[in-house]
Design a protein around this ligand. Structure first.
Ligand SMILES: [Zn+2]
Length: 297
């Protein structure tokens, strides 16, 4: 009989926080609740704490998926992302509850969920590309999440362009993230339209209306997305690439898969949409937390 069966899981991002009760097998016990992410870090912490207090008597532990790079022992953030409130990176998640708290990077958590129960189930090597405001990457290598020396492995900050054209949120120039994110699609649109009042939303709207400028901006963006995936696939040789995030909803996956496979030097891969969708990170962090805590118990 395992000791840790029910978790309160959080998925904390720059624009929204999702939470749900999740069991140790990865089943959501009720639909996820979404709230906007407070702009002030103390308000954010108090918000989390209020949710914890509401569910504390029903749970055995807390499982968090968060923006930012998380340490190897899954207890805290070691480097933060630009779109979280100031001070977030120093959050003491253990202060939320007397119950044990597990913390994982959101892309890693989503990858782990997809690996155990979703699109990457049955593979040993997989890659997740989460396209949102930024780009999150995660890798399963020989059945394990790639953590690197510090836990922060798999960040989309490598140069894909030597033009010194776009300044990335990390401080470097021309990272993959600033060519393949939702932010990047907006920048491509501004260049193509020749105006700075257009965004990724205008491109998505324009695609539905067959607007040639929207199609051109999308094509530029998509080829950058593909270029990065192909380069990473050459390094990691995954069986499957799982695409994740709201911007992937309107992408043609068969076409993308063909384009990636034309550019790689390794064997052909599959490219699929995340199956657990918005619950992937909640499920993944809970499965990882349950495994860790029940092993230690
Ligand atoms: Zn960067």
């Amino acid at each position: 009989m395992q000791k840790f069966n029910t978790f309160l899981a959080f998925d904390i991002g720059g624009t929204k926080i999702a939470y749900a009760l999740v069991d140790a097998k990865g089943n959501l016990l009720a639909e996820q609740v979404r709230i906007p992410t407070p702009k002030d870090n103390q308000v954010l912490f108090d918000t989390l704490k209020n949710v914890v207090q509401k569910f504390e008597s029903q749970i055995d532990g807390i499982a968090i998926a968060t923006a930012g790079e998380v340490n190897k022992d899954n207890t805290h953030i070691i480097a933060s992302v630009g779109n979280m409130p100031k001070g977030y990176m120093n959050t003491d998640f253990t202060a939320l509850s007397d119950k044990p708290v597990y913390v994982e990077n959101d892309a890693n958590a989503a990858m782990w969920g997809e690996y155990l129960l979703g699109a990457a189930k049955g593979t040993e090597n997989a890659m997740l590309v989460a396209i949102g405001t930024g780009v999150g990457l995660a890798f399963i290598v020989n059945g394990k999440i790639l953590k690197g020396k510090s836990g922060a492995g798999g960040e989309a900050h490598f140069s894909v362009n030597r033009e010194k054209k776009r300044h990335c949120s990390c401080g470097l120039w021309d990272c993959y993230e600033i060519y393949a994110s939702g932010t990047a699609l907006g920048l491509d649109a501004q260049e193509v339209y020749g105006r700075d009042d257009v965004s990724s939303h205008d491109v998505i709207k324009g695609l539905k209306e067959k607007n040639p400028l929207a199609e051109k901006a999308y094509h530029i963006w998509e080829s950058d997305v593909v270029r990065g995936i192909a380069g990473l696939a050459n390094i990691f040789d995954p069986e499957i690439v799982v695409l994740f995030g709201s911007l992937t909803a309107f992408m043609d996956f068969d076409k993308l898969q063909d384009e990636v496979n034309q550019q790689i030097v390794t064997m052909p891969l599959k490219l699929k949409h995340a199956q657990l969708d918005n619950n992937a990170a909640l499920v993944g962090t809970t499965l990882a937390a349950a495994e860790k805590f029940n092993k230690d118990a």
